[in-house]
Design a protein around this ligand. Sequence first.
Ligand code: ZN
Ligand code: ZN
Length: 674
Amino acid sequence: MEAIRILLTTHSSPGAPVTYLLYIIENALSQERDVSSWNTILAAYRRHGYAQEALALFQQMRRTDVQPDQFTFATILPACAKIRALEQGINIHQSAIERGYLSDIVITSALLDMYAKCGNINKARELFDKMPERSVISWNAMIAGYAQNGEVDEALRIFNESPQKNVVSWTAMIAGYAQNGFVEKAMEYYKQMQLAGVNPNSTTLASILPACAKMGALEQGMGVHQSIMESGVLSNAIVASALIDMYAKCGLIDKARELFDKMPKRNVISWNAMIGGYSQNGLFEKALEAFKEMRLADVKADYTTFASILPACAKMGALEQGVDIHQRIIESGLFSNVVVANALIDMYAKCGSIYKARELFNKMPERDVISWNAMVAGYAQNGFCKDAFKLFELMKDSGLHPNHVSFACVLSACSHAGLMNEGCKYFDSMSNSYFVIPTIDHYMCMVDLLGRAGYLEESLNFIIKMPIKPVVIVWMCFLGACRSHKNIQLGMFTAILLFELNPQNSATYVLLSNMFAEMGRWVEVQMVRKLMQDRGIKKIPGCSWIESDKMVHTFCVGDRSHPQTQEIYAKLEELSWEMKAAGYFPDSRHVLNDVEEEEKVFFVCHHSEMLAIAFGLLNTPFGTIRVVKNLRVCVDCHTTTKFISNIVARQIVVRDAKRFHHFKQGQCSCGDYW
Ligand code: ZN
Ligand code: ZN
């Protein structure tokens, strides 16, 4: 036993392979378990932030003959508080009463703190009022409790009454204000605290910085940075990381990196702040790069790292790197973490590996509503609508309550497949049977569903009757439907409305001009183009990504910057000849170029996804070619890709802004409905 205690103390520095260590200790203890050995493990779990595990272990302990003592209670209550396990907390309270531990000021303070953190502030107050003597901890727990529950008025009273104000009480007030969105107030207390001669500790700074980050309050954040420099706590990794996170969230990613590079020692928290910062700023390639650097620096990734790097892979369609990360997750034993597993499923689904996603989903030891939603969304996006519905039903059968995201997923499946009756059924059941109030996402799905199925009038009526204000994106959806069904009148009416709502939205101009182009009305096309030019509106350039040899290559429309440019364009020309031989006449309507008919025949679309596909064909000898595009695929490229999949006899998967296209043997999984 003594040996284990030494082992724990020596390995308690952050970054030690804690899970592994705890595993070994737990096994070692399986033979001799008295109350102190249980307490040792519980304390270790708690110290390293494994509250869930601590509670599970405590349950296990209760099933044995070993009786918990005061130390057990003082250890397990903060764990309950941390994960807001109120029910278990109440049980422990009961046992503490039975054992007569309530006279112990440490246990009462911990109980009070647990109730306050779990949101039962009245119960906390009851205990507080009954305490014969109050510790600083109990005063602070009450202040923090009121502040966190939004009763900042009451928290302040206790704070003022409190006989000893130390850094903890000040921090409780500051954190309370910050967490409730009163950033200015938090800043005011932060200043007052300094005026009162109390120096902020790392917890104070780590509370005030996320508040600045959340509000984008850069100026205040810089003020905090200044005081950090003065107090010399920048060497504290948690503080430095909160600072990096603040700069990243305020959009100053270079400043964040500068700080990061200056850190004398970077731990997993600082790497996570940097990787998360890149991801949040849409710099996915940088995020992947930073992740590689982190590995080279020999810093072990934790679940936060994986949960922020996997969405970057998903966004870029970087499957190879995603698979690599999956391997690392297995090695580190983190697949059992539901957040990591969910991100992994989402990554596979978004990279078009839907079967792999399902395989993992089936293997998950426990699933939450996010896991189910990720899988349903994956099926919907990949065009496997029946599977999406089946899984949605299974989810309900499993006793889980579908939330608003689940309904958005299943409605988008209906919209992708053009299943109007099913869509209406799900939409009705959502508020009638599941009491989920539809949000703008759900209304948008319905507008899309009705409009694309050709029910333009019904769709318009639906928009007019919506109980919430239709935002730009809803009208864009409708304009898209007008274009598909060639209803110029309704289309123009919608475009005019959109020009008023948001004159700078380039997508409106592009959609309108595409609609005219598809009908051969080139004069109108020119007019829309001129309007764009006069108003200084720039189109979002089309961009595609393809991964090869664990490197992501980016292509823009007509791009000639890639080292293999010559080969790529030669490949496209070669393919266009083969396509011509196979009877393909390109449909250049969507190129928006009023070129001569002669030219059109030889016009090979140089949209970004075509360049990426040609690159894929050149650099991979076999297997599926996976491309991700930021905009929607045009009719031209769609037809061309179908032909190519047949000519080269390979599967090509393209994820565009809206959905997946699995091209195989001259066909696409979307059934040309997108
Ligand atoms: Zn195209
Ligand atoms: Zn398609």
